[in-house]
Design a protein around this ligand. Structure first.
Ligand code: GDP
Length: 296
């Protein structure tokens, strides 16, 4: 059983402990709200999302509200922000396909392997595809996960067209009638071709084989870089097919507050979180549990 509070302990310390002190400080409510704003910004929640939260708390709190009342309003606001987009994952149907995109080093391959393991332990037949043909290491890394998890990995030659590797994988996936196909893509390509048009090509090939697919396209973002994750995401927003965020590396960072501005500013739901380097360090995202782990 994963202890989320423990995994998020650095972010929790960054937010909860400061708020505990603030609420115990006997300041008046206006001062508390000013300091709370500063605390939330320092916790990587981002300026515009923080302003929204403070505004709502101000509207909903009466002058007589106790410090504990402010804490519970804050917790409600955090849940509301994180629930703006539905967090349900659409990979339960047989023959579902998910694509992983994101910059190199963000945790894409590891997150894909964790998700493979997650569905495998729920009884699904999973297949993984190394469509990042531009980095031999990425292919090798996925193969190692495949061996470790006993999950087949389809990979192409170094430098092969990622779309054609995807096509071959789809044929094998169809023939074997597996339940779930997870595709790892390049974070950067060495040709002049634009990465986004490469992703669109992959998406088109998948949709041609399965009309409803890909059911999910996860943008993997590294929580340990805080607000910079939003900058990292901007390029990928040009690709229209994204369905959600896989927020990696939430363990060991104090910057997990960025989750709020990711949902609020990118208008994409977080669907899974990564909380360690191991295969089992993954959780489906729950706004309530996340808010609870940060504050209560
Ligand atoms: P990719 O280049 O985007 O495919 O990234 P990788 O999957 O190779 O991950 C980059 C590094 O981040 C590796 O050392 C991973 O073990 C590590 N990593 C990935 N996810 C997590 C996570 O949730 N927590 C921690 N602590 N490390 C992670």
């Amino acid at each position: 059983m994963i202890n989320l509070k423990e995994k998020l302990s650095r972010t929790r310390r960054n937010i909860k402990h400061r708020i505990d002190e603030l609420l115990a400080s006997r300041k008046n409510q206006e001062e508390i709200l000013d300091d709370l704003m500063e605390t939330l910004i320092l916790a990587d929640i981002g300026i515009s999302t923080t302003e929204k939260i403070i505004e709502h708390i101000r509207e909903n709190s009466r002058k007589t509200d106790s410090p504990e009342g402010i804490r519970s309003l804050l917790q409600k606001e955090i849940v509301a922000i994180l629930s703006q987009q539905p967090v349900e994952v659409g990979l339960e149907q047989p023959q579902s396909v998910a694509v992983f995109v994101g910059v190199n080093g963000g945790g894409k391959t590891t997150s894909l392997a964790k998700l493979a393991r997650h569905y495998q332990s729920n009884g699904k037949q999973v297949m993984m595809v190394a469509a990042d043909t531009f980095r031999a290491a990425a292919q090798e890394q996925l193969s190692i996960w495949g061996k470790r998890l006993n999950i087949p990995v389809i990979r192409g030659q170094y430098g092969a067209d990622p779309a054609s590797v995807t096509y071959d994988a789809l044929q094998s996936f169809k023939a074997k009638q597996f339940d779930l196909l997870l595709i790892d893509t390049a974070g950067r390509i060495h040709t002049n071709a634009n990465l986004m048009s490469e992703l669109e090509k992959i998406q088109k090939i998948i949709s041609r084989e399965f009309a409803q697919a890909p059911q999910e396209v996860f943008l993997v973002l590294d929580a340990s870089i805080g607000q910079n994750a939003l900058i990292q995401a901007r390029e990928f927003l040009k690709f229209s097919g994204l369905t959600g965020i896989f927020l990696s590396k939430l363990d060991g960072t104090a910057r997990g507050g960025c989750a709020l501005s990711i949902v609020d500013e990118l208008r994409l739901p977080i669907k899974f979180i990564g909380i360690g380097e191991g295969g089992s360090d993954i959780l489906p995202f729950s706004p309530g549990e996340f808010a609870d782990a940060l504050l209560s």
